[in-house]
Design a protein around this ligand. Sequence first.
Ligand code: UDP
Ligand code: MG
Length: 316
Amino acid sequence: MSSSPAVSIVIPVYNEEGSVEALYEQLSAALERLGQPYEVIVVDDGSTDGSFAQLKAIHARDPRWQIVQFRRNFGQTAAIAAGFQQARGDVVITLDADLQNDPNDIGALLAKLDEGYDIVSGWRVHRKEPLLTRRIPSQAANWLISRSTGIHLHDYGCSLKAYRREVAKGVRLYGDLHRFIPALASQMGVRVAEIPVNDRPRHAGKSKYGLSRTFRVFLDLIGVIFFLSYFHRPLRVFGGLGVAIGGVGAVILLYLGYVRIVLAQDIGDRPLTLLGILLVVLGVQMISTGLIADMVMRTYHESQGKPTYHIREHLR
Ligand code: UDP
Ligand code: MG
């Protein structure tokens, strides 16, 4: 096996035949200027146009370009995950294939990473996209994600990002979560920085996403917040809720017991009786769900030998 490159570039491609050649030219020129050994991993996410044929030709003339072809369209996140898995560089950089990102920004990303950061994210200060359908929803999402994860970025949606290898290899990506990587990686205790990058109009072709993405991003955000807060101690959230709800139910039932026994009144037809019983049952169920979730967590860590910590450095 050849010696490992310093930089791995990961690019998801889905029907980008109009951009692939220009991408090769512009990216190669930018990388040559950096003067570091690199590899480019293009993941063809089930393209149905001429993208793969073009990529194959590029691979034939430049072996630094690896092409991974998916059997069908699995989505941008899956394509990025596949690229991360193949990457051998110390630094892994993601980039869109449509040249909206400027390959000439890669140098600045690497320089920032060298200052001791684990993730450097691009920030498209002057975005070229429509205000109402793209920029406003994305600003709302950025604000929410930043607030709720504690990793403050202006532009989670920017594809151009640089990761230290351990970070890229360490995050598990499901669904449409690639834009949340800095937030997900915050679990590992990463240092995140942001630098302004160039935003350009799409080189060719059409965007693969419509307005419905906004809703999916908000839904994903709920999942991410939950995951970040309670992944390691699910009993805390379920148990806490269970104790609170069951506690209210218990107080209600105690009061009703007092009414029945001491005041000798009928309680059978009171709605409060039903509520008290309901809350106690709900509370017990919540606590047991928490216990099961805790066991699932342990199984996750122990069956896969996954550590419950992440080491930055080990001096010995
Ligand atoms: N992409 C992909 N699989 C998909 C959708 C998109 O690999 O199912 C790629 C696409 O080829 C591009 C990048 O992901 O390189 C971003 O997609 P797009 O430019 O359509 O998104 P936008 O820039 O409009 O947010
Ligand atoms: Mg794009």
